[in-house]
Design a protein around this ligand. Structure first.
Ligand SMILES: NC(=O)c1ccc[n+]([C@@H]2O[C@H](COP(=O)([O-])OP(=O)(O)OC[C@H]3O[C@@H](n4cnc5c(N)ncnc54)[C@H](O)[C@@H]3O)[C@@H](O)[C@H]2O)c1
Length: 374
């Protein structure tokens, strides 16, 4: 399936997202057919390279595909300025110029750092994303946000830099470990909640196919998520308004991650944020109890982790919310729900209600833990 993204912003940009389950075996051919460069520079992390080294080496040895390989250690801590410099030095010494293209093969970490480098190396060179984690396939490879972390904060240095091509091969998900897969499912559930009812209903009816990672079903829901994100980004590339709805569950989720000093994984934090935001929506914005139950049930049936560990203090979460990097002055934007599929953007959430719901989620964890021990 081919999905075209068209951005009319500072300049017109359009690119294709090709989704399938046999792309990687013919990578060099598909790339040269869809995006020509004088030389391709593949940036990949050690984990993904380990799983696919044979096929990558085979693809890179195609004599019509002039390429170089740059391997990065895996993990969020690698999204740093030192790696930006090291990779840029490697690009220069391996001969990358303005007619070259970067190919990022990996999850959101590789995509974000490679995307950032492509936006500044020699004032900008093309980038092709080959997302390999579920988060990268449904989220980070689309929409052009790039970033690295600095010691004082996550994603602080970055740019808007639309890719030139995205190649999404569902087969990559087979080697993804269970916790990383569930991280990505949190984002899939988010799309289901914020956009109409079609995806949400489909997720509810197909729990087993999702858990089994059925390739055909995953191709279907990944392309639905991609179309939802494309529709939003095309209308609001720079997150001035509509794109904010993609932050459903994330304002509170990011605060949980940050208050835990990143010990709580992103997917678990976002699932917790979505539950808290839905409960507050029921209290303040008319979300019906039935919709709230369906959201919590879907998260439970998919086996997503959620909850706030005892070591993460409520006050630290509230402080992290106050310092949300997307705030404007003192105004913090939250995404709430009127019903499933109908989000609203608001800054009117009393701190007392946030505190109550954070504590409630923490206490329900303790009850669950006690029950499972008895
Ligand atoms: N730019 C955006 O719009 C955007 C959106 C969402 C998230 N992000 C960023 O993305 C990052 C999170 O993405 P992520 O969860 O993909 O992290 P990640 O890139 O660290 O990948 C998670 C782990 O899975 C491994 N992995 C990836 N694909 C694999 C595969 N097919 N088989 C085996 N192992 C595989 C990686 O090596 C890594 O260990 C964060 O840094 C976040 O800030 C960016």
């Amino acid at each position: 399936m081919k999905i075209k993204v068209k951005i009319y912003s500072d300049k017109y940009t359009a690119y294709n997202i090709i989704i399938g389950n046999d792309i990687f075996n013919n990578l060099s051919g598909i790339i040269t057919d869809n995006f020509r460069a004088n030389k391709y520079f593949v940036i990949i992390d050690t984990n993904v390279f380990r799983s696919y080294s044979k096929i990558i080496r085979k693809q890179l040895s195609n004599k019509n595909f002039i390429s170089e390989l740059i391997i990065l250690p895996s993990g969020e801590k690698e999204k740093n300025i030192k790696n930006v410099l090291d990779i840029s030095n490697s690009l220069l010494s391996k001969g990358a110029d303005r007619k070259s293209a970067i190919i990022a093969i990996g999850g959101g970490v590789v995509g974000d750092i490679a995307g950032f480098i492509s936006s500044i190396y020699m004032r900008g060179i093309p980038i092709i994303h080959i997302p390999t984690s579920l988060i990268a396939q449904v989220d980070s490879s689309i929409g052009g946000k790039t970033a690295i972390d600095i010691p004082k904060g996550k994603n602080i240095l970055g740019s808007f830099n639309q890719p030139n091509l995205v190649l999404t091969d569902i087969n990559f998900l087979k080697s993804l470990d269970e916790s990383e897969y569930r991280n990505g499912l949190s984002e899939v559930v988010k799309y289901g909640i914020i956009s109409g009812t079609g995806l949400f209903n489909k997720l509810e009816r197909n729990i087993n196919s999702i858990k089994k990672r059925d390739t055909k079903f995953l191709a279907n829901i990944i392309s639905t998520c991609v179309k939802i994100k494309k529709g939003i980004v095309e209308k609001d590339e720079k997150e001035n308004n509509l794109r904010r709805i993609l932050n459903f569950g994330h304002t509170i989720g990011h605060a949980i991650e940050s208050a835990s000093v990143y010990k709580v994984p992103h997917g678990r934090a976002v699932a917790s944020g979505m539950i808290i935001a839905s409960r507050i929506s029921a209290e303040l914005f008319g979300l019906k109890q039935n919709d709230l139950n369906r959201i919590e049930e879907l998260i439970n049936k998919l086996g997503l982790d959620y909850g706030i560990p005892e070591f993460v203090r409520t006050n630290d979460i509230l402080n992290a919310i106050k310092n949300d990097k997307k705030k404007s002055g003192k105004i913090i934007t939250f995404i709430m729900l009127r019903k499933i599929g109908l989000p609203l953007i608001t800054n009117k959430i009393p701190t007392g209600i946030l505190k109550k719901e954070i504590d409630k989620l923490r206490n329900s964890n303790i009850i669950k833990a006690n029950l499972s021990r008895s």
